[in-house]
Design a protein around this ligand. Structure first.
Ligand SMILES: Cc1cc2nc3c(=O)[nH]c(=O)nc-3n(C[C@H](O)[C@H](O)[C@H](O)COP(=O)(O)O)c2cc1C
Ligand code: SF4
Ligand code: SF4
Length: 417
């Protein structure tokens, strides 16, 4: 029997039927696409960024990284903002809001002067958008007056946030660039300028692969390529880190946060929510699998909520944030030895090889039974557990206290998938 739970959430004063939104990109760039996404269950759409500047794109413009047959670990794009006429984009937004009044339309905009930001904000409001997102973060703009260069410049972020906030009564969201060490600094500037929400992350400047046929990077455009934006599963850890650091900042801790980067499944989305995100956005996995993944996201999250006794999203948003602490505050008084389960072990020897060649030579190998045997060198690093291909063949086992250290009850992870 399918489980039903309330996934609705208030985000920047707007009631959303669920937290799952398409992020601004080609997956939401015309009427038909957004209509289909709404119909398939997405709560809202950050429409493909609209500027006064209309992009002139290169071809090809995509590449991906893979490992051991798994494609799309990370995805590179060399695309700019919308290549459609500005008026047409706002007309599409207007029609979408008219035809789907309960779905959320976020107008993503990018200007190159205060006047352009002002005009784009006004056009967004006239088009009936519920929210405005300022794109301060596209790393592949051909003009340096726009894009991620803007997102690293505190004065421009503050000034443009101010220009947009003055031009509209709609809540304004600033979309941040990860091409920076400390995202909190421009994020605070955006809030000072009048933005009410923050979204992160946009894509990361990257070179995915070098093509030794043409002696350039991928994708190859007439024998050349460019450094450009990286997204997808590979960037989730980086996105989570930026989101956590912003939400732990005194000046940002109450700012509604939208999490973006590598979300493919309900559990990826949940991870952003456990850090405090009230909204999550997705592009790359939709490019790979289509809009339908939102069904799995919704039902997976509902099942998880049911198992854990949560009735609404606010019951668990932010629960993990306080447990992410500085390295110097971690308890270093104990080690957890790995426990080997011979009944599950398939004798592949990967734990033995990794421990010998990259850890502490703490595993002896039983060549007759083809099984690992732990010796006294173990430091409890859990490299073996990380390389083992069989779920449950190695689990966290005995806790050993360092000599003279206080012994307390510790929380540890038991379930690995
Ligand atoms: C092909 C492509 C085009 C994109 N275009 C835009 C854009 O116009 N505006 C924007 O704010 N972000 C743009 N993005 C960034 C995404 O909205 C998102 O922030 C990023 O891809 C990380 O999320 P993901 O890992 O789910 O893709 C684009 C991403 C891709 C892959
Ligand atoms: S926990 Fe680390 S040191 Fe101990 S057996 Fe595993 S890999 Fe070796
Ligand atoms: S890596 Fe896992 S399956 Fe392979 S030998 Fe070690 S315990 Fe057994």
């Amino acid at each position: 029997m399918s489980i039903k739970k309330d996934l609705s959430i208030e985000y920047l004063g707007v009631k959303c039927e669920n937290p799952f939104f398409l992020s601004s990109s080609p997956v939401g760039s015309n009427y038909e696409m957004v209509a289909k996404a709404y119909e398939e269950g997405w709560g809202g759409v950050f429409y493909k960024t609209v500027g006064i500047f209309v992009a002139d794109e290169c071809s090809p413009r995509f590449d991906h990284n893979k490992k051991e047959g798994t494609p799309w670990l990370g995805f590179k794009n060399m695309e700019q903002i919308s290549d459609k006429p500005t008026e047409l984009n706002f007309e599409n937004m207007y029609k979408l809001k008219r035809d789907f009044p309960d779905k959320i339309m976020v107008s993503s905009i990018m200007g190159s002067t205060n006047e352009e930001w002002d005009a784009l904000a006004k056009m967004s409001e006239q088009a009936g958008a519920d929210l405005i997102e300022c794109n301060f973060s596209c790393p592949q703009m051909t003009s340096h007056a726009m894009g991620s260069d803007v997102g690293t410049n505190v004065e421009l972020v503050r000034g443009y946030s101010q220009a947009v906030s003055r031009a509209t009564k709609l809540p304004v969201i600033a979309k941040m660039t990860p091409n920076i060490t400390t995202m909190e600094i421009p994020a605070i500037a955006a809030i000072e300028g009048g933005a009410k929400g923050i979204s992160a992350i946009n894509t990361i400047k990257s070179i995915t692969n070098i093509d030794y046929e043409n002696m350039t990077a991928m994708p190859v455009v007439n024998g050349k390529s460019s450094i450009s934006g990286y997204s997808g599963a590979a960037v989730k850890p980086i996105a989570l880190r930026f989101v956590a650091q912003m939400l732990q900042n005194e000046q940002l801790k109450n700012v509604p946060m939208s999490g973006i980067g590598g979300i493919e499944t309900w559990s990826d989305a949940l991870e952003f929510m456990l850090l405090g995100c009230r909204n999550v956005q997705v592009t790359t996995s939709v490019m790979q699998y289509g809009y339908r993944i939102v069904e799995d996201m919704s039902s997976g999250l509902m099942h998880w909520m049911d198992e854990h006794g949560f009735n609404c999203l606010d019951d668990f948003i932010g629960l993990a944030l306080g447990n992410i602490i500085p390295a110097e505050d971690l308890n270093r008084d104990f080690k957890i030895l790995p426990e080997f389960h011979n009944d599950k072990c398939v004798g592949c020897g990967r734990c033995y090889v990794s421990c010998y060649d990259a850890a502490h030579q703490a595993i002896d190998w039983d060549p007759i039974n083809r099984r690992p045997i732990l010796n006294d060198n173990c430091v409890g690093c859990h490299l073996c557990l990380n390389v083992c291909p069989v779920v449950g063949a190695i689990t966290p086992g005995e806790v050993k206290w360092k000599s003279g250290r206080p012994q307390i009850n510790i929380a540890m992870k038991h379930k690995y998938e």
